[in-house]
Design a protein around this ligand. Structure first.
Ligand code: HMN
Length: 292
């Protein structure tokens, strides 16, 4: 079935036990997303990719590996945002040259930047590149909340085409959706996919779709067909899964469950946790309960 709304996995980065990047593991996760998940696209270099713990060389190697492995099969969005604006610009140019058709950048965080400074950051990132950008808004992790009028001001730049909206504020989502009908709005909280669909987002990006894409797609199909009870039932199972993942430490657990599915997803990068026996047992139980 051909859906209008798109589902993207937030790609993870596989690490070796010594915290170096494992590019073979990255390739394997790209393949799994294409061949098994039948995903529409990947969001590369985001929170789930542990990108804010990587250096520029590592980020570039991942961007290059992913676009090579995907080989035109799916949409790719490169998250290039960084507190180091020079790095963000360098990465924007790098991924544009590689062939990424869309970039994204997290709102700059930590220093309580003013809106004028945030606007300058976005306009600088897109200024010299022939590419389009999606704002990555994730207030829970950045502490940065943009208002409807601030989104409008950012959208005055025609290269800024949308929002990755990782926010539980559905009032704002409704306001944004209806004020900017032509902008791309991609929902970021997997556990809130159904209410986001109800407000007519263009799709979703999330970490759990790396292993739960089939169920999420089925929910989107049910929603499209007007079978809301079926969509709710599927969201309920997904949320049982997501709750168990969060309780078991979500990022390492996603990788452990992928390993159960035959994907060499590797380790997380410290200070993210390396797995202990309880976590491994928890991940096996999650696999058996929801994905076997
Ligand atoms: C990314 O930037 O990599 C992701 O798209 C982020 C994504 O929105 C995830 N958010 C975080 O990890 C903070 C969600 O998929 C999230 O993991 C999921 O909804 C479980 O809470």
């Amino acid at each position: 079935e051909q859906l209008m709304k798109k589902l993207y996995s937030a790609l993870m980065t596989a690490f070796n036990e010594d915290n170096t990047v494992d590019l073979q593991g990255v390739r394997a996760m790209v393949r799994y997303n294409i061949d098994v998940n039948h995903i529409d696209g990947l969001y590369v270099g985001g929170s789930t990719g542990e990108a804010f713990m990587l250096n520029t060389v590592e980020k570039k190697a991942i961007f290059k590996t992913v676009i090579e492995e995907a080989n035109g099969a799916i949409d790719l969005i490169a998250q290039v945002g960084s507190l180091n604006l020079e790095e963000a610009k360098e990465l924007a140019q790098y991924v544009t040259d590689l062939g990424y058709k869309t970039i994204s950048a997290v709102t700059p965080f930590y220093y309580n930047f003013s809106f004028a400074q945030i606007k300058h950051y976005y306009n600088e990132i897109v200024k010299d590149v022939d590419n389009q950008l999606i704002i990555y808004s994730i207030p829970a992790l950045t502490g940065v909340s943009l208002s409807i009028d601030q989104f409008a001001e950012l959208f005055e730049n025609p290269k800024i085409i949308g929002i990755k909206y990782t926010n539980a504020d559905f009032y704002l989502l409704e306001r944004v959706r209806n004020r900017f009908p032509d902008k791309l709005i991609l929902s970021g909280f997997d556990e809130m996919l159904l209410p986001a669909l109800a407000l007519n987002v263009d799709g979703a990006i999330g970490s759990t779709y790396n292993l739960n894409a089939k169920r999420a797609k089925a929910e989107m199909v049910a929603f499209d067909a007007g079978d809301i009870q079926k969509a709710r039932d599927l969201q309920q199972v997904s949320n049982d899964l997501i709750t168990d993942l969060i309780q078991n430490d979500i990022y390492p657990s996603l990788k452990l469950v992928l390993q159960e599915l035959g994907v060499p997803a590797g380790f997380c990068k410290e200070p993210m946790s390396h797995p202990n026996p309880d976590m491994i047992a928890g991940a096996k139980a999650i696999y058996t309960k929801y994905l076997k």
